[in-house]
Design a protein around this ligand. Structure first.
Ligand code: FRU
Length: 424
């Protein structure tokens, strides 16, 4: 990043706060904000690979886009190792749980295509081995740029470090399928700065990832959301009245919640191509509430900005909790102020009987929510589980003002296009 002054001159906004008082309103198992139970008899996309974070091809305004009638999704993907001695337990059986838990370290970007918006066929790896500058290829967003089929894939290059990067390639279709070509030159865009966004030097558990570029429907400029933590040495953050919010008597104690410092970051492009970016202060912070606000994304509806982000039970701070799932906030303008949807922020959480059934939800502008299956119990005690690594049933939600409602369930991995682009 060049060190030129902000286009905005002064800081344009104050981050909105997800407070401890907001989080106290989270109610697991409210049927209007709970994902229907996923059956342990789910089908898997592939016996060769695990998939998790799913990134549908879309345009810069957020619409899910097919090309020449082909839907395309990108997924974080890792080989399954059923025959690798490294993943056998003491009895010589495949330890799928360990294999699954290790997947983040070998995550690679793959793509899939379909005529029906489901029943995905594996296309292959997006970038050849050696193209991406780091070991891990973590989540991001593929953007269809034009009718020539050019695609900018924004993603996170991780280990060493964590850098928001992009790589340009092209989607090519035939009547038999889709291939991705190019994707050969990865351009680093920016890293955490230590002033607004926490660096690895400040906290070994820092998060800086998951770019989601978009054009603001109101001002027409190019921006990008990403996940971060609020800058500062680990343990130095203050959980004061603002972060606590309006809690009832007896709820003022914050314990060790200063260690939870998630935020939703935003950057603005200095150029039309999105090659030169300037980080701005976070849109939303969760200091004292939660340590991860992952894969932030927008739905623009009714002139409002619906900001969604995924989070976990295990990343909540002392004294507050909630299910794994997707949380949301709404504002009348891009820079807020944002208020939590449904009072608490919870939009779609896992049922408490199957707390890890799904994760990495992506709310699409048509109200469909895609996610992946993590693990589903196969007995009543929850001690036996079946690992997923595949697409979950899609859920339909209705977004109304400051509330959301679960209204439908669809097939596994159902991601229908909202528009089709005919390539020239
Ligand atoms: C969400 C996530 C992303 C990250 C990826 C790593 O499931 O944690 O934030 O990019 O998975 O595997």
């Amino acid at each position: 990043m060049k060190n030129t002054p902000s286009k905005f001159g002064k800081t344009p906004h104050q981050p909105s706060l997800w407070t401890r008082a907001d989080a106290l309103k989270v109610r697991a198992d409210d049927p209007t904000t709970t994902q229907p139970l996923v059956s342990a008899n789910f089908p898997v996309l592939s016996d060769e690979v695990f998939i998790w974070d799913t990134m549908p091809l879309r345009d810069i305004d957020g619409s899910i886009t097919s090309v020449d009638g082909w839907s395309v999704i990108f997924t974080l993907t890792a080989d399954r190792h059923p025959n690798d001695p490294q993943y056998l337990d003491q009895n010589g059986n495949y330890d799928v749980i360990r294999d699954w838990n290790d997947r983040h370290g070998r995550a690679k970007m793959y793509y899939w295509f379909s005529r029906t918006g489901k029943d995905w066929k594996l296309g292959g790896r997006v970038m050849a081995e050696g193209v991406s500058p780091t070991v891990r290829e973590w989540a991001g967003t593929p953007i269809l740029l034009n009718e020539q089929g050019e695609v900018d894939l924004y993603y996170t290059a991780v280990t060493p470090g964590a850098t928001i990067v992009k790589v340009r390639g092209r989607v090519v279709t035939t009547e038999h399928g889709v291939s991705l070509v190019g994707f050969e030159k990865v351009k680093p865009l920016f890293e955490a700065d230590g002033k607004m966004y926490q660096t690895e030097a400040q906290n070994a558990f820092w998060g800086f990832r998951d770019p989601w570029p978009f054009r603001d429907p109101k001002d027409g400029k190019l921006y990008m959301l990403f996940e971060g933590n609020v800058a500062g040495e680990r343990g130095s953050h203050k959980v004061g009245n603002a972060e606590i919010g309006d809690v009832p008597p007896g709820y003022e104690e914050v314990g060790n919640s200063r260690f939870q410092t998630a935020c939703v970051g935003i950057a603005v492009a200095r150029d039309e191509d999105g090659d030169d970016w300037e980080m701005l202060p976070p849109l939303l912070t969760a200091v004292g509430v939660n340590d991860q606000t992952e894969r932030p994304h927008f739905v623009f509806q009714d002139g409002k900005y619906y900001l969604f982000t995924i989070s976990h039970t295990f990343t909540y701070a002392d004294g507050v909790t909630g299910p794994d799932g997707v949380y949301g906030f709404v504002a009348d303008s891009l820079f807020g102020p944002y208020v939590p949807l449904n009072g608490s922020g919870l939009v779609l959480g896992n049922p408490s009987s199957q707390p890890f059934q799904t994760y990495s939800h992506c709310v699409m502008p048509n109200g469909l929510v895609t996610s992946f299956i993590d693990s589903v119990p196969t007995d009543d005690t929850g001690t036996q589980i079946r690992i997923g690594g595949t697409e979950a049933p899609t859920v339909g939600i209705k977004i109304k003002g400051q509330q959301t409602f679960v209204v439908a369930e669809y097939d596994y991995g159902y991601i229908p296009p909202m528009l089709d682009v005919t390539l020239k």
